[in-house]
Design a protein around this ligand. Structure first.
Ligand code: ADP
Ligand code: MG
Length: 464
């Protein structure tokens, strides 16, 4: 019937517009490298902010004592305590708690959000067991992982540049987020000091480095996406401070805001962007990250419903609801291995109220998921190759040199969306070639960012 022909045409056009042949990926990687240079050259020199983290020393393993971390970066926030035992003891024990952020606090006032966080933190501290030991007379110290673009002013202070990922609280923008948290902790009567302000990429890099000294890049693929890496301090023209002893500086790229004419953007991406909380911004993030993938799929299905009557004569109204299809559901449909695509059928019913779908219909839905997920994964891989290029690690080492590069990955999308992560890794190999691929290790730094922030709190303790 013509229904199938029209649906097929929409699918083929989608596939074509989303295609990422290797040549295109190389252009994206090259553009990433170029933007990295520009962002390091001058403030505002690029869409890539290339923020200086003030982290010029990564954990060594000698860190000792009881430290805390607070991770705020998406839909949940986590609190963590870690007892560090130095080179011998390593992480003696750790405990974490996760709390979801009530949606109204994501768009309310700064005061309310930070009060909520400080109250949860105070509860967490109050619940501490006897087996955690704070050295006598010491104040508790916290590493604050705050995963939004921040202009750092020191290791323990920084002002919020803008919110992303669905947060929108006007009165925090331009404020020192450590100051906001500290005031809220005081209001709660919690005696704790923030000694390190980092973002999840920096935390993941630090956490990864603690276990493996070859970690030089961290990438987050979760609600949003971002990357950090170790740069030579001399290669940062916009840095006018003293050169750190280590000769290195960790850079928070804020790569979610990357954009390039080489990115394969479709009408669906354009519509998503225009209707988003931050139109024109975070274009790379909107192609790749967990907050958006499901919604791109929904937009394609909606078009198929409208123009090809793909789900019957009327358009199921729920297809019009923004963000009703979350990425974990998209992922569940995409991973459906049953012969009749039972999971797809169930989800279409549950989420969109579309019942009695044929196998052919379900197959088409899986194909949409596949096109959108693979595009995102391949673009993320291209971005990573851009960083490796900047570090000179995308080519074989010179004779006699042994090179090993470890990339620490974290985030719910990377962790749970297996087809996505597999595709990302195979694309990396495809781009780098066999010889170089052997020297690159991609690891899952499970909750590196929490541990990493507490390690950085330790290495920047007021008692050192
Ligand atoms: P955040 O990025 O908010 O700090 P996470 O790293 O835990 O938190 O990532 C959560 C995000 O990961 C979710 O918003 C969702 O987009 C994605 N995600 C979680 N579970 C899955 C899943 N099973 N399949 C695909 N994506 C998932
Ligand atoms: Mg996170």
């Amino acid at each position: 019937t013509s229904k199938w022909a029209r649906a097929e045409a929409i699918l083929r056009e989608l596939e074509d517009k989303c295609s990422t042949p290797i040549g295109k990926l190389r252009q994206v990687a090259d553009a990433m490298t170029v933007e990295m240079h520009a962002g390091l050259a001058s403030e505002g020199g690029s869409k890539l902010k290339m923020l200086i983290s003030y982290v010029d020393n990564l954990p060594t393993g000698n860190e000792k004592g009881l430290f805390y971390a607070l991770d705020l970066g998406g839909t949940n926030f986590r609190v963590l305590r870690v007892q560090l035992g130095g080179k011998e003891g390593r992480v003696v024990k750790q405990e974490a708690e996760e709390v979801s952020i009530p949606p109204h606090l994501m768009v309310g006032s700064s005061h309310e959000l930070f009060d909520f966080i400080a109250a949860e933190l105070a509860k967490f501290v109050a619940s501490e067991g006897e087996n955690y030991h704070l050295s006598f007379g010491r104040q508790r110290e916290l590493g604050f992982t705050f995963s939004f673009p921040v202009r750092q002013t020191s290791i323990a202070s920084g002002t919020l540049i803008k919110w992303t990922k669905g947060f929108s609280i006007e009165d925090t923008v331009g404020e020192d987020v450590v100051g906001e948290l500290t005031k809220a902790m005081e209001r709660q009567g919690l005696d704790m000091r923030v000694t390190a302000l980092v973002n999840d990429t920096i935390g993941t890099l630090a956490g990864g480095r603690y276990y493996d000294s070859d970690v030089v890049i961290a990438v987050i693929l979760g609600t949003g996406t971002n990357a950090a890496y170790v740069e030579r301090a001399q290669s940062i023209p916009k840095w006018h401070g003293l050169l750190p002893k280590s000769g290195e500086m960790v850079i928070n790229m804020e790569w979610g805001n990357f954009r390039s004419s080489h990115l394969p953007l479709t009408e669906y991406d354009q519509a998503l962007d225009v209707e988003s909380l931050n139109p024109g911004e975070q274009i790379f993030e909107k192609l790749i990250s967990g907050m958006y993938l499901g919604d791109i799929v929904r937009r394609v299905l909606w078009k198929m419903a409208e123009e090809a009557a793909f789900f019957g004569d009327t358009v199921p109204p729920k297809l019009e609801v923004p963000f009703i299809l979350r990425t974990p559901v998209m992922s569940a449909m995409h991973h459906d291995t049953s012969t009749d695509l039972r999971v797809v059928g169930t989800k279409l019913k549950e989420i969109f109220g579309i019942s009695n779908t044929s196998l052919r219909t379900r197959k088409a839905v899986v194909e949409v998921c596949d096109i959108i997920a693979r595009r995102g994964a391949r673009l993320a891989a291209a971005g990573m190759v851009g960083i490796l290029k900047k570090q000179g690690r995308d080519a074989p080492a010179s004779a006699g040199e042994k090179q090993r590069t470890v990339i620490a990955m974290d985030g719910g999308l990377y962790e749970h969306y297996t087809i996505f992560s597999k595709c990302l890794e195979s694309t990396l190999s495809e781009m780098l070639g066999e010889e170089v691929s052997k020297t690159i290790v991609v690891t899952h730094a499970n909750d590196g960012s929490g541990i990493g922030a507490s390690l950085l709190a330790a290495s920047h303790s007021q008692y050192l």
